[in-house]
Design a protein around this ligand. Structure first.
Ligand SMILES: [Zn+2]
Length: 86
């Protein structure tokens, strides 16, 4: 069972950050430990972004939202139940 923690993009760490990133600040991070244990850690999201773990968030819920990173959502297939988009 794959578990994903939720990471929040850190634009303050990107001196050349793209404004578009701000619209989707939530990313998925592969979690090999319970997300609560990773809370506050700086990790690499599945799409390659540097993010800070928010252990209290659930990717299955955040990932389906509009503020989630589309790339991460695609990789984790969090929206795979939405078959209307094929
Ligand atoms: Zn991402």
């Amino acid at each position: 069972m794959d578990t994903y923690a939720v990471g929040f993009a850190r634009p303050d760490r990107w001196s050349s950050g793209e404004p578009a990133e701000q619209a989707h600040p939530w990313h998925a991070v592969e979690a090999h430990r319970p997300p609560a244990e990773l809370d506050g850690e700086i990790e690499l999201a599945v799409c390659g972004a540097i993010v800070q773990i928010w252990g209290s968030q659930k990717w299955t819920r955040v990932g389906a939202g509009r503020t989630a990173c589309p790339e991460c959502a695609k990789v984790t297939a969090v929206g795979k139940t939405l078959t209307s988009a094929r």
